[in-house]
Design a binder for this molecule. Structure first.
Ligand code: MTE
Ligand code: MOS
Length: 784
């Protein structure tokens, strides 16, 4: 293809009016705050719509002996009931590996597992009818924790291992040897819009599905499979989600499939919206983990050898757990060189709901081990943790300290510089002094400070998912519709795609309409996940623009007898040497001249590979970096604490939209803070989730926002050829919250004059903080 004149290719022509790099508000912001933005439950209903509800298992393990549904069927308004035997096609709706029956198939695998679905005239009637079922289950003995699953070698997938050098040999030779373990809690997604789907039967066996899903193509495939029809008979439409956070990557499909089966049987539109409590019980969460490490350093605290064992609680099935535990393993180094290393990951099967993607996708649970190790080393040596962190960063100039445990060479590492900048702007060392003085003068209230980095790998580790498509139409008035494979969940993907298209054609943002994600426009798409939405779909959209621009350049060059290579698009005009035409006029002429004004674009990420046999490769196109500095105040009598101040410097490359990126950073940080502090998932001894509503499960509220909250973008361009050299920003900021956890530990450690490293499992609720305080005091720290 001709090398086309995108503005970024012609440096002297870069427009001061370009929409790239500008803080445009979210395309739906006004409609969202004014209630006009349409979610699945807002779509006008067909005249023949009916409503579905599901009946859930009251036990975590067992065998179904009988299901009596007469009373359900005779309940007011009930139209139909289905159990697993009524599914016309596939029963298993698992995303990658088998094991997720659409409705319980004889065996009960977790508390809250859907056993049957009811269709009634109204949603209330459906939900009431469900309660009248009589289900006889021979109870089994559930496996409810990682320890038991590991003992029984009960894994949803085989273990995986990666190593570099000889751990045992290096470990034995070191003067400092430390061991530790860390229990890390899961997290409920708590998207504002819960799981919901609406299936509308069309002619004969065709099905149109509206769903709140991060993965419309997978919903299309699974709906087709459960209905036993071909994929081309199913269309999935997804305009926006009210949050997904990973919880709608695979686990939106079940509700879409159930709606579609009921719609197909009854020839009516069917909507299934889970009530919040059922949503919390019946859908997977962030995986709880139990990790352990052995780490050895030289006298200075420089790591020489590391062994880490990662154990994810996957729930009853594989779902995405293979890739999630892999990502935990890939991030157990965070930004640090681990020396000779061995990392093992186990995928433990328990009788819990199948745990799933959640912002960071296992990365956070791996990364926390790295920070735990650094804190342990710092306390052992009596050094400031920041000093030990800096000492252990990857060093791309030292050939011996620049490869990860999976043998990826670390280049373009901005962490040393980025940390130095934040260290300065947050006045880390001055505040360290102030805090030491404060703590010396206060026996009950203690302050803590920590500055932690983030290094997060960008790309799906399943290589084939790193592709995207887009479909672009220019209409005769010069307005443009762009459709792409990504889904909008609040993260601003559509805004960024709109900006990219507007930039390519030199148009204002209002000229571009990003339409709802539809499987009949762009097929075979990947989920919008792994933070790669803009990287993949942005490049695909740009590719579609370039294809049409090439046609327009040729056409215009023909019109004015110029060189097509010199055409450029700026400020709603198209220029070629001394010639100028408005974009709209050119489009009208091109239409009359029979130039196609529609194109599909495609993109696949270059350079990536990973060999799972050897545990080596380059799974990530690049890394996104960041660092945060948190200060907390802890009441050592009650364990209560407050986050007083947070400073963040985050690397979004050359930001496409600083306003949206800062929003992602703030939101991600707060969500991460909730995960590490207040969000406490509790299951009782029978395996029932008891933190199953917003009253018993505490997400951060506005009052938990740090009073001082400084967020800055690092601003250095991505060295890799990502879209306009920006960087993905969706997930990495969540892990900036690690500094809150480390700061709480720092405050507790002050009780031992910083000689002891407190054991603080997460979430670090006030109860756990108090436990950690008491342990430190018993171990000989100064008591109050
Ligand atoms: N931001 C909002 N507002 N809502 C969300 O659901 N999901 C996060 C992140 N930011 C999410 C969000 C997750 S888990 C991912 S993977 C990315 O957005 C996905 O979008 P992107 O790839 O376009 O960044
Ligand atoms: Mo995000 S957890 O990759 O959907």
């Amino acid at each position: 293809m001709r090398k086309l004149s995108t503005l970024s290719d012609i440096p002297h022509k870069v427009s001061s009016t370009s929409v790239i790099g500008v803080g445009h508000k979210h395309e739906s912001a006004i409609r969202q705050v004014s209630g006009q933005a349409r979610y699945v439950d807002d779509i006008p209903e067909a005249a023949n719509i009916h409503h579905a509800a599901v009946g859930l298992s009251p036990v975590a393990a067992g065998t179904i002996i009988s299901i009596e549904l007469e009373d359900v069927l005779s309940s007011d308004g009930v139209i139909d009931i289905i159990t697993v035997t009524d599914v016309p096609g596939h029963i298993d709706i698992a995303p990658v590996f088998d094991g997720d029956p659409i409705l319980a198939d004889k065996k009960i695998l977790y508390h809250g597992q859907p056993i049957f679905a009811v269709l009634a005239k109204t949603i209330e009637q459906a939900r009431k009818a469900v309660l009248k079922a009589k289900i006889d289950i021979a109870p089994g003995v559930p496996c409810l924790n990682i320890e038991q699953a590991k003992q029984e070698m009960n894994f949803v997938r085989p273990p995986h291992e990666m190593q570099q050098g000889n751990f045992e040999k290096s470990y034995a030779a070191c003067p400092i040897q430390l061991k530790g373990n860390l229990t890390i809690g899961g997290q409920e997604h708590m998207y504002l819009e819960g799981q919901v789907s609406m299936a509308v039967p069309e002619e004969e066996d065709r099905m149109l599905v509206f769903t709140s899903s991060q993965h419309p193509s997978e919903v299309q495939k699974l709906v087709a499979e459960v209905l036993d029809i071909k994929l081309h008979k199913v269309v999935v439409d997804m305009r926006r989600m009210g949050g997904g956070f990973g919880g709608k990557e695979t686990q939106a499909a079940q509700w879409a499939c159930l709606s579609a089966i009921l719609a197909s049987r009854n020839k009516c539109a069917v909507k299934l919206r889970l009530p919040r409590m059922q949503d919390m019980m019946a859908t997977g969460k962030r995986h709880p983990f139990e990790n352990s490490y052995q780490v050895a350093t030289d006298e200075n605290g420089r790591i020489q050898a590391t062994q880490i064992e990662i154990n994810g609680n996957c729930g009853h099935s594989a779902d995405l757990s293979d890739a999630i535990v892999d990502r935990a393993m890939f991030h157990a180094d965070n930004g640090y060189y681990l020396g000779s290393s061995k990392i093992v990951g186990h995928r433990c099967r328990t009788n819990q709901v199948s745990h799933t993607a959640f912002r960071g996708f296992g990365g956070p649970q791996g990364m926390l081990v790295a920070e735990a190790m650094i804190d342990a080393i710092a306390r052992k040596l009596g050094k400031d943790p920041l000093t030990v962190r800096k000492l252990n960063l990857y060093d791309e100039h030292d050939p011996l300290r620049c490869t990860t445990p999976y043998d990826m060479f670390i280049e373009h590492n901005v962490l040393p510089e980025l940390i130095a900048e934040l260290e300065n702007s947050s006045q880390y060392w001055q505040r360290r002094k102030d805090i030491s003085a404060f703590n010396a003068n206060h026996s009950i209230i203690k302050k803590g400070l920590a500055l932690t980095p983030v290094k997060f790998g960008i790309s799906f580790t399943a290589k084939h998912l790193n592709q995207a498509g887009a479909l672009l139409h220019i209409y005769t008035d010069g307005s443009i519709q762009i459709n792409h494979g990504g889904t909008e969940m609040g993260q601003g993907l559509h805004t960024k795609i709109g900006q990219i298209v507007a930039h390519e054609f030199g148009l204002p943002l209002e000229h571009i309409e990003v339409t709802s994600t539809r499987t009949d426009k762009v097929p075979n798409t990947s989920p919008t996940a792994a933070s790669s939405g803009t990287d993949l779909n942005g490049k695909a959209a740009q590719n579609a623009c370039l294809i049409i621009k090439e046609r327009l350049c040729e056409f215009y060059a023909g019109l004015v007898k110029g060189d097509a290579d010199n055409v450029y698009f700026e400020e709603q005009n198209v220029y070629l040497e001394e010639h100028k035409i408005t974009f709209t006029d050119l489009i009208q002429q091109a239409y009359i001249g029979r130039v196609s004004l529609s194109a599909s674009g495609f993109y696949k990420t270059p350079k990536i590979h990973y060999n799972r046999e050897t545990g080596k490769g380059r799974p990530f196109f690049y890394f996104a970096y960041g660092a945060s500095c948190s200060e907390v105040t802890v009441d050592t009598l009650t364990g209560e604490y407050k986050v007083d101040r947070v400073d963040i410097l985050h690397d979004a490359g050359r930001s496409l939209n600083p306003a949206i990126d800062v929003g992602q950073i703030e939101g991600g940080f707060i969500q991460g803070m909730g995960w590490l502090t207040t969000e406490d998932l509790k299951w009782d001894d029978s395996g029932r989730l008891i933190s199953n509503n917003p009253a018993t499960y505490k997400i951060p509220a506005i009052g938990d926002t740090p009073e001082i909250f400084n967020v800055d973008l690092y601003g250095r361009a991505n060295e890799e050829n990502s879209i306009y050299h920006s960087k993905a920003v969706g997930e990495p900021p969540l892990m900036l919250a690690n500094s809150v956890w480390c700061a709480i530990k720092d405050a507790i450690s002050s009780l031992s004059n910083y000689h002891l490293d407190p054991q603080l499992n997460t979430p670090a609720t006030p109860e756990k903080v108090l436990d950690a305080i008491e342990l430190i005091q018993q171990a000989g720290g100064q008591s109050n």
